[in-house]
Design a protein around this ligand. Structure first.
Ligand SMILES: Cc1cc2nc3c(=O)[nH]c(=O)nc-3n(C[C@H](O)[C@H](O)[C@H](O)COP(=O)(O)O)c2cc1C
Length: 368
C-alpha cells in the first residue's frame, strides 16, 4: 500500500553522516530493568535488537544517566559512565547494527528529579501522588556546572568510541537541562537565570562542550519539550519568536537534529499565530535543522493519561506521516506503540496499522 502519506516514511534518509533506512525513530523510554550496577543486561540487549529486527530506522535508548553522583533517579536505570556499563552498551550497539538499524543513547541528567537532586535553584518538587515527600533540591554551584559538563562530555566521547551512530542530549521534560530553561524552576539571579538568553546559557554550554569534544561531524540530537513530567501543561516557549531564539542557540551551540517533544505530534504549536502548523513544523520554519516529531503516534491517550485506568486503542499513524510530506518534520518518533509492537514498522508497512496491538501500562512490567 503506497498512499501519498506513506511515500517518504519508509524511504532511507541521510543527515550528515547519519544514514537511516527509514524515517521511523524509537523514542527514548525509561524501563528501569538493569541491576543496581547500572549495566545493561542481556535482556536489554535483546529488547533493542528486537526493535531493530522490526526495522526501526533509528533507536534512541532510554535515558541513560551520565554519572552516579546526581544524574540518576533510580539505580536500575542503565547508566553510561563506567567501562563495564559502556562495554555492555556496545553489545546493544552491535546488536542494533547486526539488524541494520542505527543507535543513539539518550544522555540524561535527572537534575531536580534525581535521587540526590541538584538544579538551577533550590525549588523542590511537591509531594508525590502517594504523599511521599521529595528530597530538597540543592542549587548548583560552579563546581557542579563543571562536573555536569564533564560527565556529558565523557559519556558523549564513550558513545562515539563504541560506534553509536549519534547521541541525544536529554534537554526535555523537566530534567536538569530543561529545568534551566524553565522560568519556574530556574530562579537564579546570575548570568544563568532571568532572561531566556540567560536561562538557555547552561544547556547551550553543555551542548557546545560536547560538540567540541566529538568534533564537527558527529550527529548530536537535542531533545526539548513543551511539557514536563510534573506539569504536563507547561508552556516554555510562549510564541514562535521565543522558539526561534532557543532553536537558533541550539544550532549555534552545535545541534545537528532537533527532537521536538510535544504532547501530540500533530497538535498546533502556537494557535494564536497559525491554525495548523505543529511545534515540529514551527521548529523547522524558524531554524533550518532536521526535526524529529513525536507524540501520540498510533495511540489515543496523552502521556498524562497513559498511567490511568482508561484503555488505549490503536489509531492510524498516517496523520503523523503527513508531517513528512508537508515538510514539517524529517523523522517521526514512536514511543508506547513500539513497546507494544516491536515489529511496528513492518506491521504498518506490510499489513495494516489495524493489526497493531494497543499499548497497555501493564506491558511496562516486563522487557519484551
Ligand atoms: C515508559 C516511558 C518512558 C519514557 N522515558 C523517557 C525517557 O527516558 N526520556 C525521554 O526523553 N522521554 C521519555 N518518555 C517519553 C517518550 O519518549 C515519548 O516522548 C512519549 O512517550 C510520547 O510518545 P508516544 O505517544 O509515541 O508514546 C517516556 C515515555 C514512556 C511511555
Amino acid at each position: 500500500m503506497t498512499t501519498k502519506s506513506t511515500t517518504q516514511v519508509f524511504q532511507p534518509a541521510q543527515f550528515g553522516s547519519l544514514h537511516l533506512r527509514n524515517r521511523i525513530v524509537m523514542a527514548p523510554m525509561t524501563r528501569r530493568m538493569a541491576q543496581d550496577d547500572g549495566i545493561p543486561t542481556k535482556e536489554i540487549v535483546a529488547y533493542y535488537r528486537r526493535r531493530a529486527a522490526g526495522e526501526v530506522g533509528l533507536i534512541i535508548s532510554e535515558g541513560t544517566p551520565v554519572d552516579s553522583l546526581h544524574a540518576y533517579d533510580t539505580l536500575t536505570v542503565p547508566r553510561f559512565e563506567t567501562d563495564e556499563q559502556i562495554s555492555a552498551w556496545k553489545r546493544v550497539v552491535d546488536a542494533v547494527h547486526d539488524e541494520g538499524g542505527a543507535f543513539a543513547p539518550q544522555l540524561w541528567h535527572t537534575g531536580r528529579m534525581g535521587a540526590d537532586p541538584i538544579g538551577p535553584s533550590a525549588v523542590t518538587l511537591p509531594p508525590r501522588a502517594d504523599g511521599t515527600t521529595r528530597s530538597p533540591v540543592r542549587e548548583m554551584d560552579s563546581t557542579d556546572f563543571q562536573q555536569v559538563t564533564e560527565a556529558f562530555v565523557n559519556a558523549a566521547l564513550s558513545a562515539k568510541q563504541i560506534g553509536c551512530d549519534a547521541i541525544e542530549l536529554h534537554g526535555a521534560h523537566g530534567y536538569l537541562l530543561d529545568s534551566f530553561v524553565s522560568p519556574v524552576n530556574n530562579q537564579r539571579t546570575d548570568k544563568y537565570g532571568g532572561s531566556l538568553e540567560n536561562r538557555m546559557r547552561f544547556p547551550c554550554e553543555v551542548l557546545a562542550a560536547v560538540r567540541r569534544a566529538v568534533g564537527p561531524d558527529y550527529p548530536i540530537i537535542y531533545r526539548f519539550s513543551q511539557w514536563k513530567v510534573d506539569d504536563f501543561s507547561e508552556i516554555k516557549f510562549a510564541d514562535s519568536a521565543q522558539l526561534k531564539v532557543w532553536t537558533s542557540a541550539l544550532k549555534e551551540a552545535g545541534a545537528s537534529i532537533l527532537h521536538v517533544s510535544a504532547r501530540s505530534a500533530t497538535d498546533v504549536g502556537f494557535p494564536n499565530e497559525d491554525s495548523s502548523l505543529t511545534l515540529a513544523g514551527w521548529s523547522k520554519r524558524v531554524c533550518d535543522l532536521p526535526v524529529i516529531a513525536v507524540g501520540k503516534v498510533s495511540v489515543t491517550l496523552t502521556m498524562d493519561q497513559a498511567y490511568g485506568e482508561e484503555a488505549d486503542t490503536v489509531t492510524d499513524p498516517s496523520s503523523a506521516f503527513e508531517l513528512l510530506e508537508s515538510g514539517e518534520a524529517d523523522l517521526i518518533a514512536v514511543g508506547r506503540a513500539l513497546i507494544a509492537n516491536p515489529d511496528w514498522v513492518k506491521t504498518v508497512r506490510d499489513s495494516s496499522w489495524r493489526n497493531l496491538k494497543p499499548f497497555d501500562k501493564s506491558l511496562l512490567a516486563e522487557l519484551y
